[in-house]
Design a protein around this ligand. Structure first.
Ligand code: ADP
Length: 296
């Protein structure tokens, strides 16, 4: 016999507990074709139902917090930046007009206030960049990763020269990506590889190898950005992709702690994954996957 579609039923136990069952029925006919019985199998699917509800809630929550963030980014750009610019403008004016007429403390306090306001401006800009990964993202299209890398290296030109860094790469493939975001990805990862260097000059290498996503069977490329920098302790690896997560003070290494969160958002938006392997004191290798431009 052919099984019917499962019938999902919700039950209330005597003790008040709600359980779910899934039931499949099969009609049984005699030789003349008369229905004589219905055979059924019922299974308790309460656990699965709970997991589904939890997943649904999590997704709803995630969508809401993304929407909140985008809303915030909008507010940040239009409503927060303007008054902040005013604060900075008047502080600068104060410092300039009253130079030499205020005591040392007063001048120092103005300096702190300017630093704080500038810092807030940087944070707002960083948060805007982060939110724009989804609001300004373009459609994925075939992109030559060599081109995106070249652009990133061009933008990093000064940092590379100042650090005396050597950046090399294998020939890279074409992937399905938003070209600007692929460039940003390389720029963030290579920028970090140079920033978090040890005493010796940074050596960075970028490579890629083909792979098949085990879940979707889609042809992907796994990129690697390898450095010889300070490395990351095993216990910190889980944190670094989070928003505003940093392992150092801004005095040690400048930054807002948003670069890797952006990288993660970019890669995941393209259906890929990002992770890092590192030996503290020797270097780190950041890995990320992107869909291949041509399915093999
Ligand atoms: P930022 O660079 O502004 O600090 P990121 O989100 O780019 O923020 O990085 C988060 C943290 O991860 C950094 O503060 C640093 O501690 C660590 N990190 C990132 N890239 C590297 C790297 N290549 N080598 C060592 N540590 C790194």
């Amino acid at each position: 016999g052919v099984f019917s579609d499962p019938l999902v039923l919700r039950w209330r136990r005597k003790n008040g507990e709600i359980i779910w069952t899934e039931q499949r029925n099969v009609p049984i006919y005699d030789a003349q074709g008369n229905l004589v019985a219905i055979e059924g199998i019922a299974r308790d699917i309460t656990e699965r139902k709970r997991a589904e509800v939890a997943l649904h809630d999590t997704l709803a929550e995630l969508r809401r917090s993304n929407a909140d963030l985008e809303q915030f980014a909008h507010v940040a750009s239009h409503d927060l930046q303007e008054p902040l610019r005013m604060v900075i403008g008047f502080l600068d004016l104060l410092a300039e007009r009253y130079r030499g007429r205020l005591d040392r403390d007063a001048e120092e306090f103005i300096g702190f206030a300017v630093d704080g306001a500038r810092r807030m401006q940087n944070l707002i800009n960083a948060l805007l960049d982060y939110a724009r990964v989804s609001t300004r993202g373009q459609e994925r299209r075939p992109v030559d990763a060599n081109r995106a890398l070249e652009e990133a290296l061009w933008n990093l030109d000064r940092a590379i020269a100042e650090a005396g860094a050597t950046v090399t790469h294998d020939p890279l493939p074409a992937v399905l990506a938003d070209p600007t975001q692929l460039m940003q990805l390389f720029q963030n990862l290579i920028g970090n590889a140079i920033k978090f260097r040890r005493a010796e000059p940074p050596v960075v290498h970028i490579s890629a190898q083909p792979m098949i996503c085990p879940e979707t069977r889609i042809a992907m490329w796994e990129f690697q950005v390898r450095d010889n920098g300070i490395g990351i302790a095993a216990e910190d690896i889980g944190r670094i992709f989070g928003l505003f997560e940093r392992l150092h003070t801004r005095q040690e290494y400048p930054g807002e702690g948003i670069g890797l969160a952006m990288c993660k958002k970019i890669v995941e938006r393209h259906g890929g994954r990002i992770w890092v392997e590192s030996v503290p004191g020797q270097g780190s290798t950041f890995h990320f996957t992107l869909p291949a431009a041509e399915q093999r």
